[in-house]
Design a protein around this ligand. Structure first.
Ligand code: SF4
Length: 281
């Protein structure tokens, strides 16, 4: 067999493979977006009679976040009469796929009745005045009329049958707050020294605690922090709210918390049922 023929065949297969590979890569990277996800105008059935025009406009609002607010019709009719018609209509701003049925007035009726309309060129523009974006669609007058006559769905039916796609967020925003949510009320009684109900117990005159009557000298601490595992029982905040702030799912040290009352911080740490409050004196 002719070796150059075989080599040519292999080279051809490799070239085809390369083209297919590049095509798949381009599709994956979104380079063909405008080919396969380009803006689309669908002509719908109007419920406004001769001066009405219903349509749906769909586009990738995640990639092109424009706010559309106007439709414009142009007729280029060099061999008929009228030779040029320009009709436009404003509508409420739309920032995602939408369908509308508009009453365009007598000038639109005149546009449709132009002599030689079938052979004229019809341009329909969807305009975003705010973002300075325009999408233009062109067709012959005959095609325009055929699309209107063939339309089966009204704007309302189109909207009902189309689930709008919301743009996926590009990234999640983590919300953080240093203001505690209101906590559920509880009847739990804390057995801590600051609770007057247990004053006797901590006073050393009764109960089982071996406490000295001698006042303990206070001290400042260098740092206080919360280790993972907080069960949001609220005990620490009940004891020392100027330092501890219990949120919906953890406990925080308030920014600028006073650190000169080491005894109170120590008391909160001792009251913590899971011992996640740590401090250095
Ligand atoms: S006492 Fe401990 S478990 Fe309870 S809220 Fe404070 S840090 Fe969390």
């Amino acid at each position: 067999m002719n070796t150059s023929l075989i080599a040519g065949g292999i080279a051809l297969l490799l070239a085809i493979g390369l083209v297919i590979g590049l095509g798949v890569l381009s599709l994956l990277s979104g380079a063909f977006h405008f080919l396969f996800a380009s803006p689309k105008l669908t002509i719908l059935k109007t419920l406004h009679g001769a001066n009405g025009f219903a349509f749906a406009f769909t586009w990738n609002s995640a990639r092109e976040p424009a706010k559309f607010d106007m439709i414009r019709f142009r007729l280029f009719n060099p061999f008929g009469s009228v030779t040029q018609v320009d009709v436009s209509k404003q509508f409420d701003v739309k920032d995602d796929n939408f369908a509308l049925d508009l009453e365009l007035g007598d000038s639109y009726g005149a546009f449709l009745k132009a002599d030689n309309f079938d052979k004229a060129l019809v341009q329909i523009e969807l305009v975003s005045n705010k973002d300075n974006v325009t999408h233009q669609f062109e067709m012959k007058g005959a095609q325009f009329i055929k699309k209107m006559n063939d339309a089966k769905l009204s704007a309302g039916e189109f909207e009902n049958g189309t689930s709008k796609t919301s743009a996926k967020p590009l990234y999640q925003t983590v919300e953080r707050t240093f203001i505690a949510d209101p906590l559920p009320t509880t009847n739990k009684v804390l057995k801590v020294a600051t609770n007057p109900q247990f004053a006797e117990f901590f006073g050393g005159s009764g109960g089982g605690a071996a406490k000295s009557d001698a006042p303990t000298e206070n001290f400042s601490i260098a740092k206080v922090w919360i280790e993972p595992g907080c069960i949001v029982c609220n005990a620490c905040e009940d004891i020392y709210p100027e330092v501890f702030e219990v949120t919906a799912d953890t406990c925080l040290i308030r920014p600028g918390a006073p650190l000169n009352d080491g005894l109170k911080i120590q008391e909160a740490a001792e009251a913590c049922p899971v011992e996640v409050i740590k401090f250095t004196a």
